[in-house]
Design a protein around this ligand. Structure first.
Ligand code: ASP
Length: 334
């Protein structure tokens, strides 16, 4: 174990996020563990996951804890209980969870249940299936003791009523968060990947999907291989952005398979983005697609179609790093 931990520590220092400034002086015990997440809200989610990893907990427990944190975040209109509804005014949530040994579970179009990630885990652990959708997913959740509650906030309802005035159905690029032009907060997902002190990996993905989507629309996040894929032998990948592009390209699986062929996480994400561009060059100018990957050595990489994708990295040295991803197009006017 100590040899493996030492190896992980060395490779973490060599990895992209090793360059992050402001290292914490009092590093917790779980050296070698690391958790990474999409977007700025990934920082808080990582910290919730880190509590589990620092106590030598499993990557699977860590990603569930991190995703639950994001699902409870009352400021986030794109994940969990504060999400924007679909175009009929119904808030439906998508989530998936995957362990490095291939076990996985997911829910799609789940209404009135606050923690879809935990329902996804229950699908994985308590049913012979991988995915439950809509009414069936809700029925299962209630049977498992998850409370049924109206999750639509007054603010989300206001945003929907505002949208109804034009009913303009056009997914936005969502490239420039952090107060820069183009920050529409239209759709974002928490994608989280973790490796624990024992070298086991897991991932979670949770979202309310595209704001004001068609009723019944399912994005990439609950689809294993599209929004999330994890394999202990290689590494893990997750995605955010226009889910239809991820589904078309089996994108998270693609990133993991590219790493299996020897590419680094950053190279694999870049190649997967290149594939999206090659397939749909025109669409790629107006849609955002972002990939985040973590390999079994703890190295991290990301790549996006458009500038503005940020990802959070958390390990024994630092719990609040937020890094900018490279991108194909560096301007929203691409
Ligand atoms: N990928 C999500 C979806 O298409 C949304 C996002 O991450 O922006 O549902």
């Amino acid at each position: 174990m100590s040899t493996r931990r030492q190896f992980l520590q060395t490779s973490l220092l060599l990895g992209a996020a090793g360059a992050a400034p402001g290292l914490l002086a009092n590093a917790p015990a779980a050296t070698g563990a690391r958790v990474v997440s999409t977007w700025d809200f990934g920082v808080g989610a990582n910290q919730a996951a880190w509590k589990v990893l620092a106590a030598d907990g499993s990557a699977l427990d860590a990603v569930e804890a991190g995703a639950r944190w994001a699902e409870s975040d009352l400021c986030n209109p794109t994940v969990g209980r504060c999400g924007n509804p679909d175009r009929d005014g119904v808030l439906t949530l998508d989530a998936s969870i995957m362990n490095g040994d291939g076990r996985c579970g997911s829910v799609a179009a789940l209404a009135d249940i606050g923690h879809p990630i935990s329902v996804a885990r229950a699908v994985m652990e308590k049913t012979p299936h991988v995915m439950l959708v809509g009414e069936g997913a809700q029925q299962f959740a209630v049977q498992q003791g998850f409370p049924k509650q109206n999750l639509l906030t007054a603010e989300a309802e206001r945003a929907w009523r505002e949208w109804l005035k034009t009913e303009h159905y056009a997914p936005q690029i969502n490239a420039e968060r952090r107060g820069l032009p183009g920050d529409k907060n239209n759709h974002d997902t928490l994608g989280m990947l973790a490796i624990d002190a024992n070298g086991q990996m897991a991932g979670a993905c949770t979202t309310s999907g595209m704001a004001f989507k068609m009723h019944g629309r399912v994005g990439d996040s609950p689809i294993i291989g599209a929004g999330l894929y994890v394999d202990n032998e290689v590494g893990a990948a997750t995605a955010s952005g226009m889910g239809e592009e991820m589904i078309r390209n089996a994108a998270s699986f693609l990133v993991v398979e590219l790493m299996r062929q020897g590419l680094s996480p950053a190279e694999a994400c870049r190649e997967a983005i290149a594939r999206v561009v090659r397939k749909r060059p025109e669409a790629s100018r107006t849609l955002q697609v972002c990939f985040l990957a973590l390999n079994r050595n703890g190295e991290v990489g990301a790549y996006a179609l458009h500038r503005g994708f940020v990802y959070a990295v958390c390990d024994a040295k630092r719990q609040d790093a937020l890094l900018d991803s490279d991108a194909v197009y560096t301007s929203t006017q691409a």
